[in-house]
Ligand binder design. Structure first.
Ligand code: TMP
Length: 233
């Protein structure tokens, strides 16, 4: 059923299917960080991220969040609705870490009084800069109504995922989402995985995500596997 390669990204490939409105996403083991400066492979990452993302999309669907996810096809691929991606990366943060710690000087681990929502321009050549609603209006990449929908959905997703993960002894520190248009409708796209989220063990704060790769902490595959195991329960 798969045929032409439509697009190859840093961690995934997208293939055409026989259906004009559906594409196949194939998850690779390739890992990059710092806008592609650091490159490597994480053994079995593609299998784990496909499985983890599928579980999250199913959970969100059951709670009324519409995404591109149709079904998991095999170990490394999922069938999704074809989206025209909105050029915004939405980040939601519950605990200071990463670039937020650098930007506002809060130590990693300091709990934010309420979730912080950020928008980044999805543009590798510019290094995905932080932008606000005025930039988005100037660039014309989303209407105010669309942006409000992205914000509402992202905060709702945060609440659903945070609760689900905490019950499995994982803190959802922060995460990145992408959205796209499918027939006039905004759907959640991309993936939700240890590549795109920060997950910390609820008791020890041990990092169970891509920061282990970014920061050379070792046991990267084990961390991804641990997240899958806890979600599978
Ligand atoms: P940051 O602290 O580096 O800005 O990252 C915030 C969250 O976004 C973190 O969970 C990792 C995720 N993220 C991506 O998924 N892709 C990216 O390119 C970056 C920079 C972060």
């Amino acid at each position: 059923m798969t045929n032409r390669l439509l697009y190859e990204g840093k961690a995934k490939k997208v293939f055409e299917t026989d259906h004009p409105y559906e594409v196949l996403v194939y998850f690779k083991d390739d890992a990059t960080a710092f806008n592609g400066v650091k490159k490597g492979q994480i053994h079995s990452k593609g299998i784990l991220n496909n499985a983890i993302s599928s579980l999250f999309f199913e959970l969100l669907d059951s709670r009324g969040v519409k995404s591109h996810f149709v079904k998991k096809i095999d170990e490394r691929s999922m069938l999704v609705k074809k989206l025209k991606i909105i050029q915004i990366e939405v980040v939601v943060r519950n605990i200071a870490a990463g670039s937020l710690s650098q930007r506002i000087g809060w130590p990693e681990g300091k709990i934010l009084p309420k979730p912080v929502l950020e928008f980044y321009l999805k543009d590798d050549a510019l290094g995905d800069p932080l932008i606000n609603d005025y930039h988005i209006a100037a660039l014309g990449i989303a209407t105010p109504q669309q942006l409000e929908h992205l914000a509402d959905q992202s905060l709702k997703i945060n609440a659903i995922l945070s609760e689900h993960l905490l019950a499995r002894k994982v803190k959802l520190v922060d995460f990145k989402l992408e959205f796209g248009m499918s027939d006039q409708e905004i759907l959640l796209g991309d993936e939700i995985s240890p590549d795109t989220c920060r997950f910390w063990d609820a008791e020890t704060n041990q990092k169970l995500d891509k920061d282990r790769f970014r920061r050379d902490l070792g046991d990267v595959e084990e961390a991804y596997q641990e997240i899958y195991n806890r979600l599978k329960g």
